[in-house]
Design a protein around this ligand. Structure first.
Ligand code: PMP
Ligand code: GLN
Length: 387
């Protein structure tokens, strides 16, 4: 007999990414669901990691992260976003972006606090809020453009509002927050005690000559923010689970109190390697162009299907509407596509707390051309057979 656990997350099951990836394995489908590249990562970065291990850099590094890596990150972001981030006091290396977001929320939340977030929302946000005894206040982005209605944000703010979570470029929609959004956000939080948790893991995955507006660029917003990043997205190594959080010193001081007794310090050789590799800006600056080609190639292939693309200007996700293909709900249709067409996607409904059905599925296009070709061919054949 086991003692009973009083669940901290009674309404939570297994994540949609795990569920759909398991289905993909079961039906041997092409997995365009969970977001990860199916092509190799940079050879030089692998070599640097190999070298770091052989050189003996295999013991704990500093609790806040390897100093040289934090130096490189501060140079990078200060250069890119005209910020003045201090490597000693404002940056902590974390085991991934998800952990950075969780730690930021755990640092600031008390039971009963409210956190505003925008749906569709990356699936970890609400459980991260609820596990801290706080209350998630989701606001739906306006379908189909998925823009933020700031009047709705104003309506939801009250004395219990502790934080607002933003995510740009946005998973799953591929939309971006613009300069006006940042200005609206500034006006709303100005003079309040509200924190911002900014999920910017897709900062470099941006297309069509668009610009990423980072919280780091706005000193009045950064003052109240935890800004979260992931190396997994930037260097095609999602399995490395390494990222970082940037916050002003008083906020980061508290963040580190949580971090030091949870993870303490992250994978050492990878940090040594990244502190070298980050000196070269080309790999991350060329990422947008590289992925834009994949997005365009996939969309071109999908033109032969009745799926209708919604605009995606960032991330490596593309939403498609199947409104004129099937009346089914998103999850059912995603399962049908896996089982019968042999292609796995993610139902966007999984990113909402309430039940919604806009008939849109998320496809990950960070794949080899041959994978995208095969997937499109399967979908073309399947949708033809349906007609
Ligand atoms: N935020 C969003 C929106 C994401 O899609 C991801 C990717 N899983 C993350 C954060 C964090 O990534 P990781 O923890 O793998 O670094
Ligand atoms: N970020 C990835 C996605 O949105 C998956 C992360 C995960 O599986 N938790 O697909």
């Amino acid at each position: 007999m086991h003692p009973d656990i009083k669940s901290k997350l009674p309404h939570v099951g297994t994540t949609v990414f795990t569920t759909m990836s398991a289905l993909s394995v079961k039906y041997n489908s092409i997995n365009l669901g969970q977001g990860f590249p199916d092509f190799g990562m940079n050879e030089e970065l692998m070599e640097l990691t190999n070298h770091a291990m052989r050189a003996g850099n295999n013991q704990y590094v500093h609790m806040c992260g390897l100093p040289a890596l934090r130096e490189r990150i501060s140079e990078k972001v200060n250069n890119q976003y005209a910020s003045s981030v201090n490597p000693d006091s404002d940056i902590t290396i974390t085991p991934g972006g998800t952990y950075a977001i969780y730690t930021a929320l755990t640092t600031i939340l008390q039971p009963g606090d409210e956190v505003i977030l925008f749906e569709p929302a990356y699936d970890s946000y609400i459980p991260n809020i609820e596990v801290n005894g706080a209350v998630a206040v989701p606001i739906q982005l306006e379908f189909p453009a998925y823009n933020i209605n700031w009047d709705k944000v104003r309506e939801k703010i009250n004395t219990k509002t502790k934080a607002i979570i933003i995510n740009t470029p946005h998973n799953p929609t591929g939309t971006l927050m613009g300069e006006e959004d940042m200005e609206e956000l500034s006006r709303i939080v100005d003079g309040t005690e509200i924190f911002i948790v900014s999920d910017e893991v897709y900062e470099h995955l941006i297309f069509d000559n668009k610009k990423h507006f980072s919280i780091l660029h706005y000193p009045n917003l950064f003052n109240r923010s935890f800004v979260c990043f992931s190396f997994g997205k930037v260097y095609h190594c999602t399995g490395w689970k390494l990222g970082y959080c940037i916050a002003p010193e008083p906020l980061m001081r508290e963040f580190r109190k949580i971090h030091q007794f949870n993870c303490f310090s992250c994978n050492a050789p990878v940090q040594f390697a990244l502190s070298e590799f980050l000196k070269d800006e080309r790999p991350y600056l060329s990422l947008g162009g590289f992925l834009q080609k994949k997005r365009d190639y996939f969309n071109e292939l999908m033109k032969e299907t009745p799926f209708v693309p919604l605009p995606s200007h960032g991330t490596y996700f593309q939403l498609f509407s199947y409104e004129n293909i099937s009346p089914k709900k998103e999850y059912e249709f995603a399962v049908e596509l896996t089982e019968k067409a042999g292609v796995t996607t993610i139902p966007v409904a999984a990113f909402y707390k309430e039940s919604v059905n806009n008939k849109v599925l998320r496809f990950c296009f960070a794949k080899k051309e041959s994978t995208l070709e095969q997937a499109a061919e399967r979908i073309i054949n399947y949708t033809k057979a349906l007609q």
